[in-house]
Design a protein around this ligand. Structure first.
Ligand SMILES: [Zn+2]
Length: 141
């Protein structure tokens, strides 16, 4: 949200959107469309899967290694004995927002995992492939 221009932007960021830095694309679009200064943006990362729940294969990690500087890697993922990795999408998006110029204090982290809370949020992983949906709505009062 850009309180100066009374403008909002919302994007979905699964692993493909995250590796493509959709958060930064959204900030850039707000700059173009509304004249938003990233320093004014109040950003929030919505409920989504946490690192403990999010196991990915090496091909996904290779894309993240390409898209993000090595100094971030230890914050973003770790490898396990089974050859898989645990990926921290919350932290990746946090870094994307910071690199896009949003001040640290303006970024709210979710701390609500969809997979850890299947009783009130839908998670594709928690439901083992049973289809369902999550929707996000954003408006200006
Ligand atoms: Zn979780």
């Amino acid at each position: 949200m850009d309180p100066v221009h009374k403008a909002i932007g919302l994007s979905h960021s699964g692993w493909r959107g995250t590796v493509g830095k959709i958060g930064a694309v959204t900030v850039k679009k707000m700059q173009e469309e509304f004249g938003t200064d990233p320093k004014d943006i109040l950003a929030a990362i919505g409920p989504s899967i946490c690192q403990d729940c999010y196991e990915v294969s090496e091909d996904v990690i290779l894309m993240f290694r390409e898209a993000f500087e090595e100094k971030y890697w230890s914050q973003l993922f770790y490898g396990k004995e089974n050859g898989k990795y645990q990926l921290n999408l919350w932290e990746v998006n946090h870094i994307i927002f910071r690199e896009a110029g949003i001040p640290e204090g303006n970024i709210s982290m979710p701390n609500i995992c969809t997979c850890c809370n299947p009783e009130f949020l839908f998670s594709h992983r928690a439901s083992h492939g049973m289809r369902g949906n999550l929707a996000a709505f954003l408006g200006i009062k």
